[in-house]
Design a protein around this ligand. Sequence first.
Ligand code: FAD
Ligand code: NAP
Length: 566
Amino acid sequence: MAFDAVVVGAGFAGMYMLHCLREHGFSARVYEAGGDVGGTWYWNRYPGARCDIESMQYSYSFSEELDQEWEWHEKYAPQPEILDYANHVADRFDLRRDIRFDTRVTSAAFDEVAKHWVIETDRGDAVTARFCIMAVGCLSSANLPPFEGLDDFEGPIYHTGQWPHEGVDFSGLRVGVIGTGSSAIQSIPIIAEQAAQLVVFQRTPNYSVPAWNAKLDPAYVRSIKADYPAFRAKARARPTGFYFPFNTDPALAATPAERQRQYEEFWARGGLPFLGAYGDLLFEMAANDTIAEFARQKIRAIVKDPATAELLCPDNVFGGKRLCVDSGYFETFNQSHVKLVDVSEKPIERFTRDGVVTDGIEYPFDAVVCATGFAAMTGSFDKIRITGRDGLTLAEKWRAGPRTYLGLSTVGFPNLFMITGPGSPSVLASMIQAIEQHVDWMIDCLCHLRDVGAATIEPTLKYEDDWVDHVNEVAAVSLRSQADSWYVGANIPGRPRVFMPYIGGFPIYVQKCNEAMSNGFEGFVMDRTGEANTPPKMRRTERWRAELDLDVISPAIVAARRVPVV
Ligand code: FAD
Ligand code: NAP
């Protein structure tokens, strides 16, 4: 079968892409490895899973009717509600008829003569498409470390990102949890409520800010719905693509007493907006030290056993790894049946028939939860054999780290697009906004190719090289690039150390995408020889022309503006 476009993945990215392709008259087929829509929210069903961007902002913005009819119930939506939302969107826009579920794309190869992609799946499909659109997700390739003896363990081993649909009852069980990232921090308090004994294996302690989750006030919901587009525009103008109060003053200009008051005030607001207490926190180590020490004091005040409290205190950059948001995480360690085991110096040695061994001690378990994260950003690309021009595979091209132009496409792979690809803001922005902006740009690009009769589009090497340099240059300004996190691939041995997302700020990035488009797809070549690129109609991209919010200018944004793309 031949399609205009094949989309890989039916999370929020693939779903919106399919909707737009159909609206603009392109035939499309979506392949999804999971059994239904929702992506992240289909797979991550572990206890306590919820978003840490406020629900009123973590949703699509393309349909005012959808915005008005959908009702969120909590400040931070739980996973089942987000999955309900994804299902509602699939029903409302009749998406499922073009999606093949339980089908994994195994390879995609560009046929240079026919100028189309040949896509194959694990169910034996072989279809062709002019465009191949990767909507495979940044956090969709679960990382189960190759612990020795995994098969020897007689009990179940669960990964948070591949949680059983029927749920798991830990009542009365001895449970081990490996990892202390966001997934662990959300699930541990709930697992502890059920388990008879809980042992948490911690390699690196993490900072976490209380969510203070609550039911949504109907008056607040009404006030946003009264002018949702204005609220969305305000959010988009922020470096993170979501709105929260942000103080741009430097922490170092304040007295210790002022800082303490400020941190208390922002702590009381909770969640990721805690990082908005001052403007220099992610740029000046001395400023970062002040917020890190405040957070450590909170841990020491909560956790009663001083030795456990010290083990839980991180000594790395605050917010360097993705900041965690919790509901009662540190408090859990005050329960007598919960134990913290440090595996930073003495790693987990092996699984046995009965449990897990570290430092020569065997911990017996009935069940083990691996909250060990993901091969982030590129992990799901690595699992597909993607072959471009001259037989080059994407895995070979990206061996030393991903290289893209604007995180949208990569040289040597014509008509291959990536939604929230490496080199775009993706995980540093509110992701549904990042997804919509990418999809809208791609649709305008596809429409333009159709308008001018071009069969292929591909970036030029010079623009790609300059963009990669720019992504690195901006990352170097932020303390985030110094931390050992999944942003730089440090969570999994052997991955190249490259800061993968674009940290220059969402609005700056959007401006750069808009400029490339309005300059006639500057930095791209189309296969129509002899004609200069012409500016396209900005059918969908028009709505992304929001002004940068100058109230929240940061050193990374200054750098992003200063360093020209070419
Ligand atoms: P995904 O939702 O990951 O969907 C990708 C889909 O592609 C998956 O369903 C996968 O099965 C499919 N796929 C991959 N490879 C193939 C293949 N070869 N063949 C077929 N199908 C394939 N972001 C936020 O902004 N705010 C949050 O609060 C937030 N919380 C999160 C909580 C968790 C537990 C996790 C893991 C992530 C969270 N994120 C959050 C990031 C989240 O991934 C995005 O917000 C968003 O859901 C990504 O949508 P997506 O469609 O791009 O990718
Ligand atoms: P993660 O942040 O990468 O955490 C994985 C944890 O497992 C880390 O503590 C890691 O330790 C540990 N680990 C990995 N391999 C190990 C090994 N061999 N031995 C011992 N420990 C090991 O993964 P995650 O918690 O699933 O979160 C990933 C991202 O998804 C988040 O950062 C966030 O973006 C998103 N998410 C968001 C939410 C939310 O609140 N909305 C919830 C869950 C996830 P090291 O730190 O030492 O590597």
